[in-house]
Write a protein that binds this ligand. Sequence first.
Ligand code: ADP
Ligand code: ADP
Ligand code: MG
Length: 502
Amino acid sequence: MTKPRKFEKILVANRGEIAVRVQRTCRELGRKTVAVFSDPDRHALHVRYADEAYPLGGAAPAETYLDQSKLFDIARRCGADAVHPGYGFLSENPSFAAACRERGLVFIGPSAESIEMMGEKTRARERMSRAGVPVVPGTPPLAAASEAQAEARRIGFPVLIKAAAGGGGKGIRRVDRADDLVPAFDACRREALSAFGDDRVYIEKYVDEPHHIEFQILADGRGRTIHLFERECSIQRRHQKIVEETPSPLMTADLRARMGAAAIKAAEACGYVNAGTIEFLVDADRRFYFLEMNTRLQVEHPITEMVTGVDLVERQIRIAEGEPLEDLHLSQRGTAMECRIYAEDPWNHFLPSPGLIRKLSPPGGPGVRDDTGVYAGFTVPMEYDPLLAKLVVWGENRQQTLARMDRALAEYRMIGIRTNLLYLRRIVRHPEFGKGVYDTHFLMKHQDELLKAEPSGRETVALAAAAVLAWRGEAKKSAGPTSGKTVPSPWKLSGRPGGSDS
Ligand code: ADP
Ligand code: ADP
Ligand code: MG
């Protein structure tokens, strides 16, 4: 067993909010940070934040954040001893993890072998069912549409056709009737090939009233694998999470104990080291099934940090440095929720809306954390994922967390580009969400309500007016002599979160 060795310099092979997030912990730990950046990211926050920053040259992901040779060249030049991959990009690429190892650069994450074993979904499913972890009924990769037809009949409709190499919610298609299977199979194949460079697809039974509940894992490679409780991630659009919370409203102590044990078993079965997430589907009868493992830091990791008090990035770094987990004492305190803030227009098919952020005023106050990758004056590039920031709140109980998220979303001002802030606020204020009664169909089921009227309605006009007035310092003029208020309070327009959205 090698002696723990502290890194001096960590190269963060990523961009946006996660690159900033990782650097923040590096700074607290006294590790120097190195940023890399593409041409459109020259002035990005992660570049400003870093101790050193190097250009990758180019704009497209393939010639920048995915270009291993450029990254290794920079790592050598700056003398980094470790690489943090963030999420997305090279974080789940086994060849990158292996190439780091060959160069004596520590990859802050699991081994290339674990990534390889869990990265391809059908192989992971196979491995998990051998380990005794329940998996969603399904098939290995299927060669032809005719084979798919027979398998789907055996499993029973509805089924999902899924890309074996899939991720980010892409390459998933639901099929309800035998007649639709062949065209869907062929379409899914093409989509998988173009998105992942791999056209293998397989079939899974469609789980009824599905809940996506995942468990955070930490493993130190010295015999200790633990879970840090669950995250409820059923608020999804096109199979992509938008709002996450912990604890899950569906959870019971007994279910948590059983799912947590299954998650640990799953991680141990692939010799897992470092932070990872076991995703499960849970049906209406609270039966759970392994869905996939994400062998990296997850987007929604902050909600786990809020209720456990554990800095997951710190643990990732210390595990990679060879430290054991022995000093970790775990408990869940209160509840936490995250909203993903995107540069997109919910009222125009959620189209990405990159561009210049002219004004930005993030929320603050008790229990609020804003993990951002942007600032006022930054131009959000069109080349990458439109995630701008993650608003994370903590409260003693779910009711307080909801009220806090509602007021924090109301405080959040971003002018110049379109965002999903109002859409998020409507989700948080929805009565059914307020009761904690929801599954992965929630956004589809309530689509009309959530997107009702245009953002030119009362809420937005008030929000925009308040923001503009505040920034122009014209508040007094408009408030009138007797009101005594400086700016209109947009969050007083309607009732409590979970109540109706007038
Ligand atoms: P999480 O499970 O952490 O919520 P997501 O599925 O939302 O993660 O993906 C996180 C980021 O990584 C997104 O930007 C997504 O587009 C990207 N991503 C995830 N898996 C893949 C993949 N296999 N190929 C390309 N991008 C991916
Ligand atoms: P990705 O790698 O893109 O994250 P996942 O396999 O994790 O793909 O699935 C993403 C989402 O798609 C899940 O969170 C769930 O909402 C939905 N989904 C996936 N498989 C099933 C299934 N068998 N039944 C019902 N919903 C599913
Ligand atoms: Mg997933």
